[in-house]
Design a protein around this ligand. Structure first.
Ligand code: ADP
Length: 505
């Protein structure tokens, strides 16, 4: 019960929380790609709106202040101790924009404050002094929610010629007070209205954003499910083959990727089928081959048993036949064991640097008695001395199998020629004979286990049908190659090519 629960949690984790899962990755990517722009857009729009609203408000108030500044000059405000009309205008402006306007005269004294608290005081601030030089400044304080601006009150009516042309920059680049500036308007207006609008806007944008995020989550979920479903189908189909419900090729054509995976899997399945078939065939071949000598022995023994007084010569003859069948059985088993050992990956090669000329001489010496029996002449042509990194036992098998075949499948008074040569990379071992040759349609099969062109002939001369299979396997283990050319009735040539230096995998 608890185990089941744990298994389900584990499954859930692997399917929905594991970062290595494609499904989780697609979900997160779509989520991030969808959410980041929507958040950035909201932030961008809000900032843009704020900037624009502050600019607009600053511009509107500045224009109005400029008009009032003109009125201040025309009403001779500084010399006539104020003007009711202008004061009313100032009052109206500060009420309208929820702000404060201070008029500062040339000696930096506040002569009018719509709040009525700073009149008569002196203000020495950087902005005011800069404004007396003719610069009109504005500054937005978003923390305390106000815009502060300074507007110079310029008297353009009583301008001297020097003032018009000379400007207000003294030699050396230091700015001098502009004598046309009769005073400064220091104004601060509240931006509560902008902030309020922004709050409303932000609330709406957040609702919209939440809706968008919800939609993105749904899209991400759908996408990750839809896009990974074909992979689940592949796993399921492979699972069915693995469990043994089906042995047929599978097909999941939903995505190009799944198609590729399935194609590779089907090829593997095909290869496994071939291997399985060849294993079955091998087993049935082995049984058959092992049974044949046994059957002969039984026939021989039975026929002796049924003859009550069989002469001793017959016993002698039949016993010799039985011994030769036992020898055959033995040979088959030895060859089979050699093959099985080669098939195992663990059968590591025992590589050593060997003089191949000496090895060939030794093999030919061992096989000469067999050649003599058939009156076959064996010639060895060593083109150059060859030293190579090989496994002595396996290379001996290769060479003796080829030379033995060349002798066995030869004609009376025939010849066998062995040529040993090398270049800077490979050595070649060529065995030609003047024998019976191999029919063209059998050439591709001679390396197969138990394949024999002429079964009875091969059996007669003691063949097991495993020699060339062993030879090819040993050559491939040395990363070499074996090829054959043959003309029926004229002879065959086997060519083995092996690297001088062993190439480890
Ligand atoms: P076997 O033990 O029967 O010789 P092999 O695997 O060595 O088995 O060879 C397979 C078959 O290939 C042989 O039965 C024979 O028919 C053919 N063969 C091999 N070598 C030669 C050759 N030099 N000349 C003609 N036939 C050959």
């Amino acid at each position: 019960m608890v185990n089941n629960y744990l298994k389900k949690i584990k499954e859930f984790y692997h399917q929905y929380l594991n970062l290595r899962s494609l499904r989780v990755r697609i979900f997160l990517i779509v989520l991030v790609v969808g959410i980041i722009p929507s958040v950035a857009m909201r932030y961008g729009i809000m900032r843009n709106y704020e900037q624009r609203a502050v600019e607009l408000r600053t511009e509107t108030v500045r224009n109005q202040l400029k008009v009032i500044a003109d009125h201040l000059i025309s009403a001779d405000y500084f010399n006539s101790n104020g003007s009711d009309v202008v004061n009313a205008e100032l009052e109206m402006l500060s009420n309208l924009y929820d702000g404060r306007v201070q008029i500062i005269s040339g000696n930096l004294r506040v002569i009018r404050d719509t709040y009525g608290i700073s009149e008569g005081k002196t203000i020495i601030s950087e902005e005011v002094i800069k404004c007396f030089m003719g610069d009109s400044l504005s500054n937005y304080d978003d923390q305390n929610r106000y815009i502060e601006m300074t507007i110079p009150i310029i008297d353009n009516q009583n301008v001297s010629a020097e003032e018009v042309t000379g400007g207000n920059t003294a030699p050396g680049g230091v700015k001098q007070p502009d004598s046309r500036v009769k005073g400064v308007m220091l104004t601060s207006i509240s931006t509560d209205y902008i902030e309020d609008t922004m709050e409303i806007l932000s609330r709406k944008a957040m609702i919209l954003e939440a809706l968008m995020i919800m939609a993105i989550v749904v899209i991400a979920l759908l996408l990750c499910i839809v896009l990974t479903r074909p992979f689940e189908r592949v796993t399921k189909a492979i699972g069915e083959v693995k469990e043994g419900y089906s042995n047929e090729s599978i097909s999941v054509p939903d995505l190009a990727e799944t198609e590729h995976i399935v194609e590779a899997f089907n090829q593997l399945l095909q290869r496994m089928k071939v291997l399985d078939d060849s294993r079955q065939e091998f087993v049935s071949n082995v049984s058959h081959e092992l049974k044949t000598p046994l059957t002969s022995m039984k026939v021989l023994a039975d026929s002796l048993l049924v003859q009550e007084d069989a002469p001793p010569e017959l016993y002698q003859e039949f016993m010799e036949d039985i011994v030769s069948e036992i020898d055959r059985e033995n040979r088959i088993i030895t060859d089979l064991l050699t093959l099985v050992k080669m098939d195992k990956k663990v059968s590591a090669l025992n590589i050593a640097s060997l003089n191949i000329n000496d090895l060939t001489e030794l093999i030919l010496k061992r096989l000469r008695p067999l050649a003599r029996k058939k009156d076959v002449e064996v010639v060895f042509e060593s083109v150059r001395p060859v030293t190579a990194e090989v496994d002595e036992v396996k290379m001996t098998l290769v060479m003796s199998n080829l030379v033995e075949n060349a002798i066995k499948y030869n004609k009376e008074h025939g010849w066998v020629k062995v040529v040993l040569d090398a270049d800077h990379q490979y050595f070649t071992f060529e065995v030609s004979d003047s024998g019976i040759g191999i029919p063209e349609d059998s050439l591709a099969q001679i390396y197969e286990r138990f394949y024999r062109v002429d079964k009875s002939h091969s059996r007669e001369i003691g063949g097991t049908g495993l020699g060339l299979a062993i030879t090819k396997s040993a050559v491939l283990m040395h990363r070499g190659s074996i090829t054959v050319t043959s003309t029926e009735g004229e002879g065959s040539t086997f060519l083995v090519k092996v690297p001088l230096n062993y190439i480890a995998q």
